[in-house]
Design a protein around this ligand. Structure first.
Ligand SMILES: [Zn+2]
Length: 212
């Protein structure tokens, strides 16, 4: 990459990487390689990378990817570490936590809602902290099953509750717009830990609260 090209790139996309990665000569070279690859991809799909609407796309794509995957920049479990001493022994459910993630097999978005329930032992965390933790795992290259497990594991590890139950409902763009092309299909996954594992009445309470 010539100095001229680096300058042009920096002018056009100031702060291309920040706050995600440091903008160095080396990362600028990487972006140059990526942009060339995306130009090739546009050609392979049958379009002209030099036409008006597509000229800047090869730069926008890596920038967007750094945002889609900004969860790599943090340890999502840390959000849960701010806890309160509240004596509450019942079920706590945070419903409909909206998230957007990226299917690691097709780099296509998948999105939906997470429902996180737990029965605290001594530690209770803020509702927004749980939503931030979900986001931290969602904004990575993911599969729905791993996302579900990671959320439940983080709850278990940091809050040490009596039990945790996580339900995730998702629409996969890679299923809607390609492959099987089933636009109405949604996938539900669950992860169950602690007292939820052997108490079916607790699982039933959780699921009935989701419907209400
Ligand atoms: Zn996929």
């Amino acid at each position: 990459m010539t100095q001229d090209q680096v300058l042009k790139l920096s002018e056009k996309f100031p702060k291309l990487f920040t706050p995600f990665v440091e903008e160095t000569n080396e990362t600028l070279k990487d972006v140059h390689r990526i942009t060339n690859g995306i130009r090739q991809l546009i050609k392979l799909c049958g379009d002209d990378p030099d036409r008006d609407g597509l000229q800047e796309t090869p730069f926008r794509v890596p920038k967007a990817f750094l945002e889609y995957t900004e969860g790599y920049q943090e340890d999502p479990r840390l959000h849960l570490e701010k806890t309160f001493d509240i004596h509450h022994k019942g079920l706590i459910i945070i419903k409909d936590i909206e998230f957007y993630s990226m299917c690691e097999h097709h780099f296509a978005p998948f999105y939906g809602v997470a429902h996180v329930g737990y029965i605290p032992n001594e530690k209770i965390t803020g509702l927004s902290k749980i939503a931030r933790m979900v986001d931290g795992y969602a904004k990575r290259f993911q599969v729905q099953e791993r996302l579900t497990t990671q959320i439940a594991a983080a709850m278990d590890e940091i809050l040490e509750p009596e039990g945790t139950m996580v339900v995730i409902e998702v629409k996969h763009m890679c299923m809607c717009s390609r492959g099987a092309k089933k636009s109405d299909a949604s996938t539900t996954t669950t992860s169950i830990r602690g007292v939820f594992e052997n108490q079916s009445d607790l699982r039933a309470e959780f699921l009935s609260l989701l419907k209400s």
